[in-house]
Write a protein that binds this ligand. Structure first.
Ligand code: URA
Length: 435
C-alpha cells in the first residue's frame, strides 16, 4: 500500500495489515517516507487507535528498525525502568546507580524532553563531558564492567523511535496510548533487558490524566513485554505536582545527587525507592520489597550509591567532581522569586503541565525539534501542594539566563498555582501496582 493510502485507511478507521505497518515504519526509518506523512499517520492513529494486532506489528517494526542488543555476556538479570514522562522526574538519575550499587545490571536507554515533560538525556547531559551517544560495543562493556550504562537513542538501537519521538514532540501526537506504548517498549526491548519496571505517571503533569487511561497504558506495555518473553511490572504514580522541588536539567541533577545522600524531598525519595525496590526483586537481588528497601537504605547510608554514580559519570566521560561540587554544573546567572500567594493558607493545586510548559518557555525544554536547551535554567518550588503560605509570599524561584521569556514564564506559573484556606487531603504517591 502506498503511504497516502495507508494514511487514508487509518484516517477512515480501517484496520492496517501488519506487513503494511512494517513497510511504512521501515520506509520512514530509511528516509523514504517523509516526516509529513508520518505526522499524518500518527495523527490518524491518535484519533483511530491501533488494535492489538496492529499494535504488535507497530512495536515489533520499531524494535526491529535497529539492532537488538545481546547482553548475555553480562551475568545476572538485566533490569531497566522507564517512566512515561513527568515534570521534575529525575528518578532515573538516582535509581540507576542505586540498583547498580545493589548488584542489578542496568542497561538504560533514555529520551530527551518530550512535550511539557523533561527527559533524562537532557538532565544527564548537563553534567560536563557526559556522553550518551555511546556505541553499542562500549555500552555492552560498561553494563558488564560498571554495572550500568545510560545512553540516548542512537541510529543503532530503535532508530525509528528516535525519529518518531522528536516528530511526535512537535506535532501534538505524544499523548496517545499505542504510540507511547510502542515507543517505550521498542527501545526497552532493543536494549537487551530481561525485565522492566514501568513508572506510569498519572495526573495533571502526565500524558495520562486519568487512572483508567494510565492502567490501560500499563496493561498495553505489559502485554507487549509478555509477547516478547519479558517480565514487566508497572507502578502507577502520582504526577499531580512536579516530583521533588527542582524542575530544570542541572537543578534536577543536584536534587538527584542529594537523593543519594538521603536528603531529597519525600515524594521524589519515595518514587525512587518504590521503583528501585521493584528492580531489585525482578533482578533477584532481594526476595521481597521490604528486603529491597533495606538494601537501598544501606547503599545510601554507606555512600556506595553516590560512588556508583561517580563511577558511571567517569566511565561515560563526565566530570565526577561535579557530583561533589555542584558549582561545576551549569549555573544560571540570575534568580527571581515569583508567584505570590493570594492568601494566607495552603497551596491547593499545581497544574503540573503548565509548570512543564513554563519550563519549556524558559528554555529548559524544546519548542522545536532543533531548539537548543539551556541546561542551567529552571525552577525551585519553594512551596508544594499542601504546604502553608502567607499572603504575598513567593512560591517559585526561577533560575534564568535570558530575561526575555520571564514575563511569559511568570504568567504561566501564576496560572498554575492555586491557594485556599485548607490543605488538600494528601494523596499516595504510588497509586497502584500491576504485573
Ligand atoms: N516516553 C517515551 O519513551 N515515549 C513516549 O512516547 C512517551 C514517553
Amino acid at each position: 500500500m502506498r503511504p497516502y493510502e495507508l494514511i487514508k485507511a487509518k484516517r477512515d478507521g480501517q484496520r492496517l495489515a501488519p506487513e503494511d505497518i512494517r513497510a511504512f515504519i521501515e520506509a520512514y526509518t530509511s528516509g523514504q517516507v517523509p516526516d509529513y506523512q508520518m505526522s499524518a499517520l500518527c495523527m490518524a492513529v491518535f484519533f483511530r487507535g491501533l488494535d492489538s494486532v496492529e499494535l504488535s506489528a507497530w512495536a515489533q517494526a520499531m524494535l526491529r528498525s535497529g539492532e537488538v542488543v545481546d547482553l548475555s555476556d553480562t551475568p545476572g538479570v538485566k533490569v531497566d525502568k522507564h517512566s512515561t514522562g513527568g515534570v521534575g522526574d529525575k528518578v532515573s538519575v538516582s535509581l540507576a546507580p542505586l540498583a547498580a550499587a545493589c548488584g542489578v545490571p542496568v542497561p538504560m536507554i533514555s529520551g530527551r524532553g518530550l512535550g511539557h515533560t523533561g527527559g533524562t538525556v537532557d538532565k544527564l547531559l548537563s553534567i560536563p563531558g557526559f556522553r550518551m551517544d555511546v556505541p553499542v560495543p562500549e555500552y555492552r562493556r560498561l553494563v558488564r564492567e560498571v554495572g550500568c550504562c545510560l545512553i540516548s537513542q542512537t541510529e543503532a538501537i530503535a532508530p525509528a523511535d528516535k525519529k518518531l519521538y522528536a516528530l511526535r514532540d512537535v506535532t501534538a501526537t505524544v499523548d496517545c496510548i499505542p504510540l507511547i506504548a510502542s515507543s517505550i517498549m521498542s527501545k526497552k526491548l532493543a536494549e537487551g533487558i530481561d525485565a522492566l519496571v514501568l513508572d506510569v505517571k498519572v495526573g495533571s503533569g502526565a500524558f495520562m490524566k486519568k487512572v483508567e487511561d494510565a492502567r490501560t497504558l500499563a496493561r498495553t506495555m505489559i502485554g507487549i513485554g509478555a509477547e516478547m518473553g519479558r517480565k514487566v511490572t508497572a507502578l502507577l504514580t502520582d504526577m499531580n505536582q512536579p516530583l521533588g522541588r527542582a524542575v530544570g536539567n542541572a537543578l534536577e541533577i543536584v536534587e538527584a545527587v542529594e537523593m543519594l545522600h538521603g536528603r531529597a524531598p519525600a515524594d521524589y525519595t519515595e518514587a525512587t525507592m518504590a521503583l528501585t525496590a521493584e528492580m531489585l526483586v525482578l533482578g533477584r537481588k532481594a526476595a521481597s520489597i521490604a528486603e529491597a528497601r533495606s538494601m537501598l537504605e544501606k547503599v545510601i547510608a554507606d555512600g556506595s550509591a553516590v560512588r556508583k554514580l561517580k563511577e558511571i559519570v567517569q566511565a561515560q566521560g563526565g566530570d565526577p567532581r561535579a557530583i561533589d561540587d555542584y558549582t561545576r554544573l551549569p549555573q544560571a546567572r540570575s534568580t527571581v522569586d515569583v508567584v505570590l500567594a493570594s492568601q494566607d493558607g495552603f497551596v491547593t493545586v499545581i497544574d503540573t503541565e503548565a509548570v512543564g510548559l513554563a519550563a519549556v518557555a524558559l528554555g529548559a525544554g524544546r519548542q522545536r525539534v532543533d531548539s537548543l536547551i539551556d541546561p542551567a535554567v529552571g525552577f525551585t518550588l519553594l512551596r508544594k501542594e499542601g504546604e502553608s503560605v502567607k499572603a504575598g509570599e513567593p512560591v517559585v524561584r526561577v533560575h534564568y539566563n535570558d530575561p526575555a521569556p520571564l514575563e511569559e514564564v511568570k504568567a504561566r506559573l501564576t496560572r498554575a498555582y492555586q491557594f485556599g484556606p485548607q490543605a488538600p487531603a494528601p494523596r499516595p504517591l504510588v497509586i497502584e501496582r500491576l504485573e
